[in-house]
Ligand binder design. Structure first.
Ligand code: SF4
Length: 496
């Protein structure tokens, strides 16, 4: 069994990782051994990152081996949707106490918890997450999971990504390693076919993958595993029989895509389902990869026919918004794949991009933005809240698209705002998703509330007329009368 430190080193050395690709051969050999910056886990620890990637697997019981706070910290962190099982929404933790730690009861408690889950919920599998405390006291979750799996005839998967190992992003990759070590390849499907694909890094937020899956099905492509959005354990266990992979979020699961190519010869590409052009390009790339792997070339024609039909429908729907949004200025404060795919999508309908953040974007993401915007001055790494507020309050953008953390900066600057990060309420993927995104932008920009909140308050705009002078005079008179009353009262009390 590979130790945790060796596994972390392996993930740091990932050759397909954006940082490592930029190094020369010597530097790459040394890997990415830079010690962690203190506070680097403030945006989410490694355990949190692993939980984000795995929790949307819907028929699995996700058991956190820790004091109760870790589960409280990580549960329900994004709005992934399930088309069936709801078990993943149930919170399971061993709720370790000081007494358990002192008495060395951690492993025993974990084993009992797995048994209880198996008997009460009969899950497809149990994923057991290690955390800081249980890693520090040396609980061997690999051994407990192995024994429980044998005893209960159930898949029990150790997820070795304790918070102290590093950042959220590292946790994403350690979760992928756990899938590679314990899940993918453990079930041989009896229905594998030449049109099977995997989608990696798709979370099915607000059910948006359901806007794309029917398109794939119409051209005859079957999604064997979407990891992790709306996934079932058995789909992931048999994902090694897919013929092609599309990676939606490269920064999270690049090691999974590369190692699946290495182990099972499944080629992958990075794409996006945000925007009309990008959705069409993703469908075409998938079809081409499948043909390369032996599928009938006829799928290419089917794909082109579907793209032509869907693009025409989408553009027709968007036409109504084009007139209302043409020339409106957008500030994008997001990152990763959205930094370019949404830029592209909005420019398609004539909106102007005044800035896009590239905080979590890879080198490829940045190159794409440069190509799309034809100007790198609109890219910014990170903008301090003060600068963001200054920009918005000077009306340099008509709307900001970002995550919930910066929403109040926009609202304080009386600027329309739309959530496009993980807590968003609307599905934006595929052709219909693009129409929905534009509809939401239109609703936000043209909401009549902005006219009202931007008007000066009544007390700021009333001219100083005679009434005000009179009231001032009256006020002075009242104060004088009060002073006289206090003086007289004090005098009378003094006389007594
Ligand atoms: S795993 Fe560690 S850093 Fe993460 S929530 Fe638990 S105690 Fe905090």
């Amino acid at each position: 069994m590979t130790s945790l430190s060796a596994k972390i080193q392996d993930v740091f050395d990932e050759p397909a990782c954006d940082n490592n690709r930029g190094k020369d051969a010597k530097a790459r050999k040394e890997g990415c051994s830079k010690p962690l910056t203190p506070g680097a886990a403030a945006g989410g620890c490694a355990f949190d990152g692993a939980k984000i990637v795995l929790q949307p697997i819907t028929d699995v019981a996700h058991l956190v081996h820790a004091p109760i706070a870790c589960e409280g910290n990580s549960w329900d962190n994004r709005g992934a949707a399930s088309s069936g099982p709801t078990l993943w929404r149930t919170s399971f933790t061993t709720d370790l106490t000081e007494l358990d730690v002192v008495m060395g009861q951690g492993e025993r408690k974990l084993f009992k918890a797995i048994r209880e889950i198996k008997e009460t919920y009969a899950p497809a599998a149990v994923f057991v997450y290690s955390t800081c405390v249980t890693a520090l006291i040396g609980d061997d979750i690999d051994a407990v999971c192995k024994r429980a799996a044998e005893k209960f005839g159930l898949a029990v998967v150790p997820i070795n990504a304790p918070g102290l190992a590093g950042s959220k992003n590292l946790g994403n990759k350690l979760a992928a390693e756990a899938l590679l070590d314990h899940v993918i390849g453990t079930v041989e499907p009896d229905d594998a076919g030449p049109y099977d694909i995997n989608i990696l890094g798709e979370f099915n937020l607000s059910g948006e993958f359901w806007l794309v899956k029917p398109l794939l099905e119409r051209i005859g492509i079957r999604v064997r595993a979407c990891i992790p959005g709306d996934a079932r354990y058995i789909d992931i266990a048999s994902a090694h029989r897919a013929r092609a992979t599309m990676m939606v979020c490269s920064s999270a699961l690049i090691n999974l895509a590369r190692k699946m190519e290495e182990r099972w010869d499944i080629p992958f590409f990075e794409g996006s389902f945000y925007g009309i052009t990008d959705t069409s390009e993703a469908l075409r790339n998938l079809a081409e990869l499948l043909v390369r792997k032996g599928a009938d070339a006829e799928i290419l024609d089917r794909t082109d026919t579907l793209i032509a039909e869907q693009e025409a429908i989408a553009w027709k729907k968007l036409e109504a918004y084009r007139r209302r949004l043409q020339g409106k200025r957008v500030l994008l404060n997001t990152g990763g794949v959205k930094s370019w795919s949404v830029v592209h999508a909005l420019m398609e309908i004539g909106m102007e991009i005044v800035g896009t953040s590239v905080k979590k974007s890879t080198v490829e993401d940045k190159e794409r933005i440069k190509r799309i915007l034809k100007d790198e001055n609109h890219m910014f790494e990170q903008m301090a809240a003060r600068d963001l507020y200054a920009m918005l309050s000077k009306h340099k953008a008509d709307i900001m698209l970002s995550g919930g953390r910066t929403q109040f900066i926009a609202l304080k600057a009386k600027t329309p705002w739309l959530d496009i990060n993980q807590e968003r309420q609307h599905p934006y993927a595929g052709y219909d998703g693009m129409v929905e995104l534009v509809r939401q932008i239109d609703l936000a920009i043209h909401n009549p509330i902005w006219g009202q909140v931007r008007e000066p308050a009544p007390w700021d705009c009333q001219p100083a007329g005679e009434d005000d002078l009179a009231s001032t005079k009256n006020g002075t008179a009242t104060v004088n009368a009060f002073n006289e009353f206090v003086g007289a009262t004090a005098h009378r009390l003094g006389e007594r």
